[in-house]
Design a protein around this ligand. Structure first.
Ligand code: UDP
Ligand code: MG
Length: 315
């Protein structure tokens, strides 16, 4: 019988953790298989850790990994991947937005041997703010156009994968992580399960709009070099155009003897070009900053507490 490992990143989820535990355990028990729940406490400032310890005391299926500070959901997922023991592995949000009821079907699909991973996709964004949905849709359109990674709109991080696939993900040890891109980039045979969006059971999304924007930039910079080409092609075209203008002005002066008039327009042009130059330098800066962080080889996460002895405390 295969063993299922669920990774649950938790950041200030004291209310949702017990609900999640109750519902998911009942689904897993009904499936009659071996399983483990790996909760990752991502530096919560509320009682999430206390709640996890309480649950771990009465149920041996639970492992908790507690970070020394908030490292972000990507780091929490990575810590989970590095510490699971199951044959099938999935990441699930603690807020019940990833329905545990889908698990039996996902396992069935993997067992059929046709797929290496079963991924889920929201077909609606019901309950999300329209502005957020609009930006999310534009982001998926853009990133699919400019990168090789196949990133599906509405894709969740909730997907059940074979351990072999998880081992490959662990090998992709880049510091700036964008899991949706990594899942798409490594390939493997993936089956998509669509479902209607479920709203958070308690509290608000832990991702502010600003945090999401930064995450989107991470995604683009990690999986595409197109912004850099835009900068260089833009630069080349501007140079050619300005050279043609220069030629026209010199000829006009020589043939017609026109005095060159209007420094205001000249000032505008200089400011315009200056702006574009700064913009392009900003794009390059983004890539250099990412490279800088990668070369430091800092750990993705630091686990300061756990109920399991043999955990990889730092990686
Ligand atoms: N999360 C985390 N660290 C963070 C932010 C979020 O571990 O810095 C967890 C959070 O506890 C939840 C999951 O990631 O289990 C998804 O977060 P949330 O529901 O806030 O995001 P959304 O569903 O709005 O994308
Ligand atoms: Mg959520």
């Amino acid at each position: 019988m295969k063993k299922i490992s669920l990774i649950i990143p938790c950041y200030n989820e004291q209310e949702t953790v017990p609900l999640f535990y109750a519902e998911t355990s009942s689904v897993l028990k009904s499936m009659d298989c071996e399983y483990e729940l790996v909760f990752v406490n991502d530096g919560s400032s509320d009682n999430t850790l206390i709640e996890l310890k309480r649950l771990a005391e009465k149920d041996e299926h639970i492992t908790y990994l507690s970070f020394s500070r908030n490292f972000g959901k990507e780091a929490a997922m990575y810590a989970g991947f590095c510490n699971v023991t199951g044959d099938y592995v999935a990441v699930m949000d603690a807020d019940m937005q990833d329905p545990p009821a889908l698990l039996p079907r996902m396992v069935e699909l993997l067992e059929s041997g046709e797929y290496d991973s079963v991924a889920t996709r929201r077909v609606s964004r019901k309950g999300e703010s329209p502005v957020r949905s609009w930006f999310a849709r534009r982001f998926y359109q853009l990133i699919n156009r400019i990168s090789d990674a196949d990133i599906v709109d509405g894709a969740r991080d909730f997907r059940l994968m074979r351990k072999e696939m998880v081992d490959v993900i662990i090998e992709m040890s880049e510091y700036n992580r964008f899991s949706k891109g990594i899942f798409g980039w490594i390939g493997f045979r993936t089956c998509w399960l669509p479902y209607e969006n479920v709203e958070r059971t308690f509290g608000r999304s832990k991702w502010s709009f600003w945090k999401l924007c930064k995450y989107a930039i991470d995604g683009i910079v990690n999986f595409s070099q197109v912004p850099l080409s835009i900068a260089s092609w833009g630069g080349i075209s501007m140079t050619v155009i300005s050279f043609l203008f220069l030629l026209a002005i010199v000829i006009r002066k020589l043939v017609f003897g026109d005095p060159v008039a209007g420094w205001p327009s000249l000032a505008c042009i200089i400011i315009f070009i200056g702006g574009i130059q700064l913009f392009c330098m900003g794009i390059m800066g983004q890539y250099i900053a990412k490279t800088y962080m990668e070369t430091k080889h800092r750990p993705h996460y630091i686990i300061s507490e756990s109920n399991r002895k043999e955990v990889k405390a730092i990686k």
